[in-house]
Ligand binder design. Structure first.
Ligand code: EPU
Length: 304
């Protein structure tokens, strides 16, 4: 029986909150890698209901995780014994005020970069091809081509999973590092205020074009992946090490080390999460043996 089906009165509450409950939803449908077993998913449109929903799950001792765009996520084949919360994009969009813009975290990152460009706001061009939501990008401090989203953040509105209260965190309250932010694991980021430099539209577009070209030339953007699978250890490029070891094209089941970029694992012909974990272990062992470096996952792994 699904986790929520076991909880008395839960179905009625979900209906009252206008939340959609998908029992045993295959998470492979919600990840760019296309792998991942089942979990109970709750899809919520009215975010004003979120504090009640979180408080209710907390009272019941039901663990939950928040799903963003699923583009940097590796979910185990066995699935998860937690509720996966999926917040449906808010329709009200971006609010501009001079060089500042308030962005709902459920907004698509690429769309946000383009909408800002149309208002002559640059500073995020490098993030153009990074898939996923603004919330996911903030959590990971996503970065590419010299841009990190944390650099342009002024404030973040957060629903604290621990207390159910909403707080506005100023830039000074949040630490952004390489592919890391200081938000708590149960924080739900609601919206972010960005401050961006004003630039001519043509200049922003040119930079976007260049970043797109570089990405297309060096990354397997048309295949199922979760972006770079490992972080770059200080002073090393993981993709380069994997390439130098001749590991490109190495396959476990349907999981293959991309021939285009060594730090991408792509899902060809129905890979499972287990194939990907095995391939990651193989890469870790080879890199450790040859370079004495321990690789750390860049992709977020969900397993019980
Ligand atoms: N390289 C190789 N072979 C490869 C891959 C790379 O020799 O198969 C070499 C390149 O020629 C270059 C160096 O390694 O000299 C660095 O490669 P690249 O410019 O592709 O950058 P990266 O360090 O591999 C990082 C981010 C990417 C981001 C790019 C562009 C990490 C783990 N990766 O990759 O982010 O798009 O820079 O700025 O920090 C991601 O976060 O998922 C991601 C893909």
């Amino acid at each position: 029986m699904s986790l929520l089906a076991r909880e008395p009165g839960m179905a009625e509450k979900m209906a009252a909150w206008g939340a959609e409950w998908l029992p045993a939803e295959p998470l492979s449908r919600h990840t760019s890698l296309g792998v991942g077993g089942p979990a109970d998913m709750v899809r919520l449109r009215d975010l004003r209901r979120l504090p009640e929903l979180i408080a209710d799950l907390r009272c019941r001792g039901v663990n939950w995780r928040l799903l963003g765009g699923g583009t940097n996520l590796l979910v185990a084949d066995e699935g998860l014994n937690v509720v996966v919360l999926h917040l449906v994009r808010e329709p009200d969009g971006l609010k501009f005020d001079g060089p500042r813009v308030e962005v709902p975290t459920a907004a698509n990152l690429g769309t946000t970069v383009m909408e800002c460009a149309k208002r002559y706001l640059g500073g995020m061009e490098g993030l153009i091809g990074v898939p996923g939501t603004v919330g996911g990008a903030l959590t990971m401090n996503a970065g590419a081509y010299g841009t990190q989203i944390g650099d342009v953040v002024r404030a973040v509105s957060v629903l604290r999973g621990s207390s159910g209260g909403v707080e506005v965190l100023r830039m000074e309250d949040v630490r952004f590092q390489y592919r890391h932010s200081s938000f708590a694991a149960d924080d739900i980021l609601l919206s972010v205020s960005l401050e961006l430099p004003e630039r001519p539209y043509a200049e922003i577009l040119e930079k976007i074009k260049q970043c797109n070209q570089k990405r297309r030339a060096s990354q397997p953007i048309n295949e199922k992946s979760a972006g770079c699978i490992f972080k770059n250890p200080p002073g090393h490029s993981t993709g380069k090490m994997i390439d130098e070891l001749g590991l490109k094209g190495t396959r476990v089941g349907g999981a293959v080390v991309s021939e285009r970029h060594g730090n991408f694992i792509v899902n060809r012909q129905g890979a499972t999460a287990s194939d990907i974990f095995k391939l990651m272990d193989l890469i870790r062992d080879r890199v450790r043996g040859a370079y004495g470096v321990e690789l750390e996952e860049e992709v977020i792994v969900w397993r019980d």
